[in-house]
Design a protein around this ligand. Structure first.
Ligand code: ZN
Ligand code: ZN
Length: 316
């Protein structure tokens, strides 16, 4: 009988490639090497993201704040804006260059499967593309060419998958971008109100047409980013609180994992009890992640033979 879980598994269906001995020996990846996905589209999107943040910063500083006669207004807003922009870019960098929770490549070897000490009749799932034993809730990403633990989605804007180990940085990135977008829009509105009352030539060091064009572009960018990132932020927090990734929600899988409470899920994603560290892209997730290579185990009878590696009854 097919279970709702096994129906959707992204697994090999040709029995001849299911032999664990056919896998190459696992390549011993050096953990210290920085994670970076060499995907042209993702790199272009990530560069565009940084460019747009720098463009917005340039317009905010040189069109609105520096020419302003109110020094306190300029200092307070300039400091706040640049701090948020710095945190947004730092979160983006961490989201892009942190291993999202990749499963070791090519570990579906006979030795590894034997080391799991599975009981006869138990089954493990193997990813045919990266030849690895898939832990529960891991999915294969065709861009990263890896299986990622608790993969939510592949985001070209951060040129990386959003998974178990970098979700915090992605959430912070969307939060800080939506905050600077909101801040930008408030400042643009105030600037327009001020300039309508005052002489246009005095409220910017650029010519009035250039000022208006730059402010309209900034307004457009701010609105677009605010909508996009605040929706993304809400979706991510919902995913964390319901302990269900974007992929699991799309596939409408019946949860085969034990769901944890919303608060526990938040603590797990953000790396410990509530503190300012939750807001920092510089603190690592120190919480206990399940990196033991936990593999799903289904009772006999619930398995589909071509989807899984089944431990023969006579092997132990
Ligand atoms: Zn894979
Ligand atoms: Zn990916």
């Amino acid at each position: 009988m097919r279970t709702p879980v096994s129906r959707f598994r992204d697994v090999e269906r040709q029995s001849n490639t299911l032999q664990p001995a056919q896998c190459l020996p696992p390549c011993h990846e050096q953990p210290n090497i920085m994670w970076f996905i060499k995907d042209a589209c993702g790199i272009v999107c990530a560069v565009i993201t940084w460019f747009l943040v720098f463009f917005a910063d340039f317009v905010v500083l040189f069109v609105m704040l520096i020419p302003s006669k109110n020094l306190t207004y300029s200092l307070v807003n300039g400091t706040l804006y640049n701090s948020l922009a710095f945190l947004a870019l730092a979160s983006h960098f961490r989201a892009m260059c942190t291993d999202p929770g990749a499963v070791p490549k090519g570990n579906a070897t006979k030795e590894y499967i034997e080391s799991l000490q599975l009981k006869p009749g138990q089954v493990v799932y193997k990813c045919p593309k990266c030849c690895s034993i898939k832990p529960d809730r891991a999915h294969h990403c065709s861009v990263c060419k890896r299986c990622i633990r608790k993969m939510d989605h592949h985001c070209p804007w951060v040129n990386n998958c959003v998974g178990e180990s970098n979700q915090k940085y992605f959430v912070l990135f969307t939060m800080y971008i939506s905050l600077i977008s909101l801040h930008t829009l408030v400042m643009v509105v105030l600037h327009f109100l001020y300039c309508f009352e005052d002489d246009w030539t005095k409220c910017s060091s650029f010519s009035p047409p250039a000022t208006v064009i730059l402010l309209i572009l900034l307004c457009f960018e701010g609105l677009l980013f605010l909508i996009f990132t605040s929706v993304m932020f809400g979706t991510q927090i919902h995913s964390i609180c319901t302990d269900e990734t974007g992929i699991e929600r799309l596939k409408r899988e019946d949860p085969a994992w034990e769901k944890i409470s919303s608060w526990e899920a938040m603590k797990s994603a953000f790396g410990g009890p509530l503190s300012v560290a939750w807001m920092s892209p510089f603190t690592d997730c120190t919480c206990q992640k399940d990196t033991s290579g936990h593999v799903p185990v289904f009772p006999q009878g619930d398995i589909i033979e071509e989807d899984v590696i089944e431990i023969p009854l006579a092997s132990h």
